[in-house]
Design a protein around this ligand. Structure first.
Ligand code: PLP
Length: 479
């Protein structure tokens, strides 16, 4: 690596990205060109024999790549959940990739490993998590790439904790519980760790509980399973479900989990960020009964992808399931047993890992708790405005009361096809991008506010766009 070339190239890339961000609202939000194979046709069959100048590469990015991207950082991106980028997130990411150290063992980069322990405790305190999930309270946390990985790790820990007691043959009797709103990643995780598909319980939710998982139904299912000789293992509660932003009653579920010795995981991938504001902390009430909690700062916490915080109450369960101890990786922590010398390889699936802590640390230091609260509240205010606008228009209905910054709505009194047509018309316009969900057999449009560049005006523009497209679609429908 030539430091001069590195500096020059990096400046060129930063200039390129700054221009991109200046213009990002001018691109069609959803990829304009949806023809499969388009890019493959444009690119050579093999990698170049000799290196090429960066300017040429960036020119190709501008010409060939950008038109095929969906612009997640557009202020009019309202699809899925946001994937925040920010100046501080980018600065932190640059430090992370620039230093390119690998804190899999404490000794492999002591300050990187220790910074991670500090940052997860900072985050836990900012979100009001119980101290038993923090290092300072006997628990601890790790930064992973995704909720999916976090869920697989905690399922593995729960499985091995149970099998250590029951013997390995009992794996076929382990049962896991979730709601019909739980993210699909949980089902995948359960498959990966060997839970028989027939032992995956999906508890139905309904409008009566705001699509939250009813603790009574979980208890009944658990009792049925226990009576049949099965072993209730793991319950996944969600704060801010993907489809509707629903909230499961963590405390009540925690009580059921405790009573039947199940592992309780709280998945707050999206809405966990909101807990930086005291007015949203109540949704995590009962987290002191959880064995683990996870949330993704890369969604709505101004931290560039990827970054998932996972906290566990008993790190020993995690490390017992995930640790390896080959001679070539033995180091100070291994030999002295110093608890502060954390070997993070034992808290995750892979060995190599990114220095994510420095990114989150830069975000926390640059914006501070107050800046992060303002970021969350700005979006919640805009979502509230949008929800009211939808409710005031007789043609529309809000399908489920908004809790955070996600609004779920539809055209009332017309069938799903008309709603589908409305969503297609909005997305094809290139002026906004939203996605859908289906609840109680109804097609629902989701507007997830949360982009780092999204302001009230963009939400107002999206509403204008929706109204205009609704006029067109309804006119065609009724003529
Ligand atoms: N859980 C919830 C509630 C989510 O909303 C999402 C993604 O949107 C996930 C899990 C999956 O997260 P990841 O992509 O980090 O695995």
């Amino acid at each position: 690596l030539d430091p001069e070339a590195f500096a020059g190239n990096s400046h060129d890339v930063v200039d390129f990205l700054a221009e991109y961000y200046r213009d990002v609202d001018k691109y069609p939000v959803r990829a304009a060109d949806l023809e499969p194979g388009r890019l493959r046709k444009l690119l050579p069959e093999v990698a170049p024999e000799h290196g090429e100048p960066l300017e040429e590469v960036l020119e190709d990015v501008r010409r060939d790549i950008l038109p095929g991207l969906t612009h997640w950082q557009s202020p009019s991106f309202f699809a899925y959940f946001p994937m925040n980028a920010s100046a501080a997130g980018f600065a932190g990411e640059m430090l992370s990739v620039g230093l390119n150290v690998v804190p899999f063992l404490w000794a492999a980069s002591p300050a990187a490993a220790e910074l991670e322990t500090v940052v997860v405790d900072w985050m836990g305190k900012l979100l009001g998590l119980p101290s038993r999930l923090l290092f300072s309270g006997g628990g601890g946390g790790v930064l992973q790439g995704s909720t999916c990985e976090a869920v697989v790790c905690t399922l593995t820990a729960a499985r091995d904790r149970a099998l250590a007691r029951l013997g390995h043959e009992a794996i076929l009797r382990l049962v896991v519980y979730a709601s019909d709103q739980t993210h699909a990643t949980f089902q995948k995780g359960a498959r990966i760790v060997g839970i028989p598909p027939s032992n995956f319980r999906v508890i139905p939710t309904s409008a009566d509980t705001g699509y939250g998982l009813p603790a009574g139904a979980v208890r009944e299912a658990v009792e049925r399973d226990a009576a049949a000789g099965l072993v209730p293992l793991y319950l996944c509660a969600t704060v801010g479900t993907t489809g509707l932003g629903a909230v499961d009653p963590v405390r009540e579920l925690g009580e059921v989990a405790r009573r039947y010795s199940m592992w309780l995981h709280v998945d707050a991938a999206y809405a966990g960020s909101a807990a930086v504001c005291p007015e949203f902390r109540g949704y995590l009430g009962g987290a002191e009964l959880a064995d683990s909690v996870s949330m993704n700062p890369h969604k709505w916490f101004l931290t560039n992808n990827d970054c998932c915080c996972l906290w566990v109450a008993t790190p020993r369960d995690l490390t017992a399931a995930l640790s390896t101890d080959p001679e070539y990786l033995r180091n100070v922590g291994t030999t002295t047993g110093t608890p502060a010398a954390i070997d993070y390889k034992d808290w995750q699936i892979s060995l190599s890992r990114r220095f994510r802590a420095i990114k989150l640390w830069v975000v926390l230091r640059r914006y501070g708790a107050a800046g992060l609260r303002a970021h969350i509240r700005r979006h919640v205010t805009a979502a509230k405005w949008f929800e009211r606008a939808v409710a005031a228009d007789q043609r529309f209905e809000v399908v489920v009361p908004r809790r955070f910054s996600l609004v779920c709505f539809r055209l009332r009194a017309v069938n799903d096809d008309v709603n589908r047509e409305l969503l297609s018309a909005v997305n094809e316009s290139g002026r906004a991008f939203m996605t859908h969900f289906v609840v109680d057999g109804k097609f629902v449009i989701r507007l997830a506010v949360g982009g780092a560049m999204t302001e009230m005006q963009h939400v107002m523009d999206a509403w204008d766009l929706l109204q205009g497209k609704a006029d067109e679609v309804l006119q065609r429908y009724y003529q």
